[in-house]
Design a protein around this ligand. Structure first.
Ligand SMILES: O=C([O-])CC(=O)C(=O)O
Ligand SMILES: [Mg+2]
Length: 626
């Protein structure tokens, strides 16, 4: 195969000078441009040929591992230019476009003369221009549209600005603004991004995947839009979430952009206001359920492996409880899959709890934990905490669960409700009389940690917080629901109503709080700390399954990032400015666990996993085109 292509390329290269030829391969259209007797291929098909600047053909296949593949993306000057279009096509391709940063030489050699204003600027100046424009907008939604437009125009600039200004831009491309963007997705719709797979595609899901232009996908984030953050059913408009999460996989975890695929499965929506909205982008009927739903999901899961192989990571995101748990159980033994809202959120919250121990004193097993909200996040965290207590204390998980209490919309989860409880709540049912009011639950059980995962704003009222802090000095309060509007309380309320005693974290970002002259930095207990590193770890090790122990390893790795400086400000999570380094550590810890569990396929195991993880991470610095 390689030899045939080599001679084909040489022949065209010698014979044609400046030409564009198109070949149809089995995966779709592969364009080949011949320029000045050099060949440059467009689009990296799995059997792509790499051509270096001196016209020597090399490569001949994307590396089997993530790293070999990523390495060519990372070199600021690569002779192994794999994919270069020319002329106006180059400007219109966000993967290669550099706008006014194309040098005069590049403009000359790539048929850009006259297509750009004469000025040549560097990436730094472009970043300053973008930031100035973004900052000039009044609303966060306008900022979101501006920044996401950049992703469609100039991918490397988008990631460079996001990485270099992560604290400022994360709340724009991610929670809370992405929530509002999803609510108004039909109104702000410009260009499609990601794959929309709907009931209309039944029987043709593999065709949808084959239409996606990138053949070497390594991470898929998929939602069915039924429970977008704490905002409920947003149908097809939930697409903003997979897009945002994957932008973070790249910016925070160093996954290559071309290896990411956002997917929304549209089976309808039960959101009447969207069904009535003329600008709604999805199927205009109520949600399909039962066999119809399961069949489409199954077709998708099978197609993922067919299209991208055994090692493609599928992240389930923002599915409703009734599907989230069973889909995870159904596919976790056959696919490399995890649920971010159950397992990612669990790992990040566990990291926060471990980080808090030097302040509270004692071990995790010394705490009594109350979960307010007993859905994916609540029971996900509860289970992982129970596993950690069991591991640390050498007791059974059943015994460890006794330190955990759940409250759902009906009140305390007790044995008296056993028959009607959803299966994921049953292991935590208490053998005591039912209590419906939250403040009364707290009074009765006297928990030391209270974690909100209700998806409903304002649940931690003044009464609740006062009661919770009435019998202890260091009450731990996590208000994890997103976006900010759904947070169980604000950071300010937490400090005020606990009289400055609390150790607080939230799912969405809050500004620092000053209480009685002391300023506290608010750590964001958001799965964004975990999933990028998880993706890095599974790809560099070639893992074929995700195991709970990998999440424990990720949580422990994240908790280690918290030092005395952080604790002095009661900050349980590091700043996002350090996240790429943190993701590399998490990636190495996850990969290490994958090897230990026999789930890794990249052999031999790299000697220095951390160094290897770092070397694999995508860098958005512009490449030069010769
Ligand atoms: O997206 C986020 O910010 C965290 C998350 O998964 C959710 O709230 O569903
Ligand atoms: Mg989520």
């Amino acid at each position: 195969m390689f030899g045939v292509w080599t001679s084909c390329i040489s022949w065209i290269g010698l014979g044609f000078g400046c030409w564009s030829l198109r070949f149809l391969n089995s995966r779709g259209l592969l364009s080949i441009f011949a320029m000045e007797n050099q060949m440059k291929t467009v689009r990296d098909a799995p059997d792509v040929l790499d051509v270096n600047s001196s016209g020597i053909v090399g490569g001949g296949g994307m590396g089997d591992t993530y790293c070999e593949d990523a390495a060519s993306d990372n070199q600021p000057f690569t002779p192994w230019t794999r994919s270069v279009a020319s002329g106006v096509d180059l400007l219109r391709d966000p993967r290669f476009n550099k706008g006014t940063a194309f040098t005069d030489k590049e403009r000359e050699s790539h048929y850009l003369r006259g297509l750009l204003p004469p000025v040549v600027v560097d990436q730094e100046l472009q970043i300053n221009r973008i930031l100035e424009n973004v900052r000039a907008y009044e609303t966060d939604l306008e900022k979101y549209v501006e920044v996401m437009d950049l992703q469609e125009r100039n991918e490397r600039l988008f990631y460079k600005v996001l990485i270099d200004h992560v604290e400022e831009l994360l709340p724009i491309v991610y929670t809370p603004t992405v929530g509002e963007a999803c609510q108004k997705f039909g109104n702000i719709f410009r260009r499609p991004h990601g794959l929309y797979i709907s009931l209309k595609d039944k029987g043709h899901v593999l065709d949808c995947l084959r239409n996606w232009p990138e053949p070497n996908v390594q991470v898929i984030v998929v939602t069915d839009g039924e429970r977008i953050l704490g905002l409920g059913d947003l149908g097809s408009q939930g697409m903003g979430i997979p897009i945002g999460k994957l932008a973070l996989y790249v910016a925070l975890g160093g996954i290559r952009p071309s290896a990411t695929l956002p997917v929304t499965i549209d089976v309808g929506t039960n959101n009447q206001s969207l069904l009535d909205n003329p600008f709604y982008i999805g199927l205009r009927h109520k949600r399909a359920t039962g066999e119809e739903y399961d069949d489409l999901l199954h077709e998708f899961m099978v197609a993922c492996k067919q299209a991208y192989g055994e090692k493609v990571l599928v992240q389930f995101e923002d599915f409703a409880n009734h599907n989230a748990f069973r889909l995870l159980a159904k596919y976790s033994t056959s696919h490399l899959v995890f649920n971010d809202d159950i397992q990612g959120t669990a790992a990040v919250a566990l990291a926060g709890l471990l980080a808090a121990l030097p302040i509270t004193g004692g071990t995790l097993a010394d705490h009594k934990l109350l979960f307010v909200g007993a859905g994916e996040a609540g029971t996900g965290i509860a289970e992982l905490v129970a596993m950690e207590i069991s591991r640390q204390g050498k007791i059974s998980v059943e015994e460890a669960r006794k330190k955990i209490f759940l409250v759902d919309s009906q009140g305390l989860v007790t044995k008296s409700r056993f028959d009607s409880l959803q299966p994921f709540k049953k292991p935590f049912a208490l053998d005591i009389a039912p209590i419906s009011k939250l403040a009364s639950v707290i009074k009765e059980l006297k928990p030391t940690v209270m974690i909100g995962t209700t998806g409903k704003g304002g649940q931690f009222t003044q009464e609740v917080l006062e009661e919770f802090s009435s019998y202890q000095d260091k009450p731990v309060v996590f208000a994890l629901s997103n976006p900010t509007s759904q947070s169980e309380c604000t950071a300010e309320e937490a400090f005020k109503h606990t009289k400055g005693k609390c150790i607080f974290a939230s799912g969405s970002p809050f500004k620092p709080v000053t209480y009685e002259g002391k300023t506290y930095t608010i750590g964001q207990s958001n799965n964004a700390y975990i999933f990028p590193g998880m993706g890095l770890g599974t790809t560099i090790s070639g893992a074929i399954r995700v195991h709970d122990d990998m999440f424990l390893a990720a949580a422990e790795s994240l908790a280690k990032e918290i030092g005395e400086d952080h604790l002095a400000k009661r900050q349980l999570f590091p700043s996002f400015t350090e996240i790429r380094d943190i993701s590399a550590h998490i990636g190495a810890a996850v990969a290490e666990k994958a090897y230990e569990l026999g789930l890794a396929t990249k052999l031999p195991k790299p000697k220095d996993l951390l160094g290897y993880a770092k070397s694999c991470m995508y860098s958005p610095v512009y490449r030069q085109f010769r």
